[in-house]
Design a protein. Structure first.
Length: 127
């Protein structure tokens, strides 16, 4: 698949709420995930598709998503970016409801995502 095709497939699956299918189908087994902020153990970079899948499963189990919007992909040679906008309630943040916008930047090689990096800025919470 081309970078454009990978990007379009990721967006389609995420819009359908099939994020785990996207990881299984589109990510390389040795992919790297780089988070915007370190986790409680201080880790910010994670290796492997199974790790990416596990982190996504944790995220889904710990957040109630009231609304999710996925932008069209912005594609260049070997890379694409997608913006994700959420209205969610976060269990780890004391069940606080918030708006969050996250930018995912993806590197594609040989038809698979080999790296994803996230940038985000949580907005004011709503009551």
């Amino acid at each position: 698949m081309t970078t454009q095709e990978v990007a379009e497939q990721l967006v389609r699956l995420c819009r359908e709420g099939k994020n785990q299918d996207a990881i299984r189908q589109l990510y390389h087994t040795d992919c790297t995930t780089i988070e915007a902020m370190p986790d409680p153990q201080g880790q910010q970079e994670f290796k492997g598709r199974d790790t990416a899948l596990g982190r996504n499963q944790w995220w889904e189990a710990n957040h109630e998503v009231h609304r999710a919007e996925v932008s069209d992909p912005m594609v260049t040679e070997g890379y694409f970016a997608v913006q994700f906008d959420y209205d969610l309630t976060s269990k780890p943040m004391n069940n606080q409801r918030m708006q969050m916008s996250e930018l995912g930047v993806y590197r594609v090689r040989d038809g698979k995502i080999v790296q994803e990096q996230f940038f985000y800025a949580p907005e004011d919470s709503t009551e």
